[in-house]
Design a protein around this ligand. Sequence first.
Ligand code: FAE
Length: 491
Amino acid sequence: MPALVIGTGYGGCVAALRLAQAGVDVHMIEMGMAWDTPGADGKIFATTTSPDQRSYWLRTKTKQPLSNFLGFPIDRTIPRYTGVLDAEEFAGITVYQGRGVGGGSLVNGGMAVTPRREYFGGILPTVNPDEMYDVYYPRANTELGANLIDPEWFETTDWYQFARVGRKQAQRSGFPFVFVPTVYDWDYMEQEAAGTVPKSALAGEILYGNNYGKKSLQKTYLPKIRATGRVTISPLHRVTTVEPTSGGYTVTMEQLNTTGDTVATKQVTAARVFFAAGSVGTSKLLVKLKSTGALPNLNGEVGKGWGDNGNVMCGRANHMWDPTGPSQSTIPTLGIDNWVNGGAFAEVAPLPTGIETYASFYLSITKTPNRGEFSWNAATGKAELNWQTAWKQTSIDAAKSIFDKINAKEGTIYRTDLFGVYKVWGDQLTYHPLGGAILNRATDNYGRLHGYPGLYVIDGSLIPGSTAVNPFVTITALAERNIENIIATDL
Ligand code: FAE
């Protein structure tokens, strides 16, 4: 096989599409399922309000980001299954990731945000911003289908009352707010609201997959990849080893069944291998391969520079005269930009419970100096991350730069019932793992791994821990930039 791609998220799809278009045959390996077949209820994915086996990767109990509501734990028992959302637990942090053909695009919120150009030097200091903002960000946004909500509909629909309340309160405290592009099909959502099509974002779909309106990679890059006729995709196959062999690399993988057991072990040989297993997946593989002697010449940067994009969540309790509405779309549209003054970009997120909660809910992306490191533990045979819960304090402080001020202005308080019993901050998790194989350190300035010609990294692990906004547009744009250089130079 000329090229093998490990993982089918943003980086993997960009690599596979551009290689195939350049005439290269590609084999994509994906540990998760294909997500192309409806379950007994006629739907491919479950909703957030009734999670089932499809919702979680090999867990027997859900692990919802909002673990409690009004003092009650809301997690429930489910059958163990190769479901779509992985809540992967490391010491000090749970890292949420998508599992399946389409990677994180299957589960994410679809917020397609290009960082402001003046922040770019702090995100990827060795990348030329001109080429990113002139060529690769536009290319990524076009391919992904990023677009904005119709402002007129936003102002009038009940489904975004929660966001209008969030905007009003941000404005009253003097914070600049921005509409953020998303990859949701807004025409479809308006039809959902009109009752003419099956509901998706308006039926609580998010986190565990969207059945209709969200343009995941299943609707963008993947059909184009299939149309080339040059790409084979193997779902439910997990790569365990990559080793040099004559003419390339031997890739060993385990075939899984839907309860997660290994049913076969296979090997294929490829001239070039692209690591696109996501920040966590790629980092875990690289530290293992370096330490176990499969790829001993990888440099000492592998596993390093991992960050959580400063994710922290919180809720605020509004007054009775500021209801956020019982009907809430799952797709956020608004951000509060306090990056320059307070180091925080906060999204006004929904809390789609179906009842009036008087709660405003936010996911903040914050500036934080803390970076973790993956290492291989030979005794347990597992990769570990040295994250510490206390490292979230800088993120909490940054988020407080927005919400303390809003609370003071509105005479309101934080909710304490969403993340546990009397716990204000959702600081136990990230949705945005980044880093572990930093561009121009573990690799050259285009993702070629040092020490091994023909091995590349092309996913979120190249980015040093933060993108200042939601990451997938930057991951896609950087992958477009890198693969163009790799095809032109190496093939
Ligand atoms: P990713 O999409 O994670 O793809 C990696 C793929 O590799 C996965 O499909 C894995 O199953 C697979 N894999 C891993 N290890 C192996 C192995 N050993 N063998 C075979 N396959 C393997 O990587 N970002 C935004 O920009 N906007 C949002 O609104 C947003 N919301 C999010 C909400 C949630 C709940 C989550 C979890 C994430 C969200 N993100 C959001 C983050 C975004 O989805 C993430 O940054 C990208 O998906 C990362 O892209 P990669 O290509 O790096």
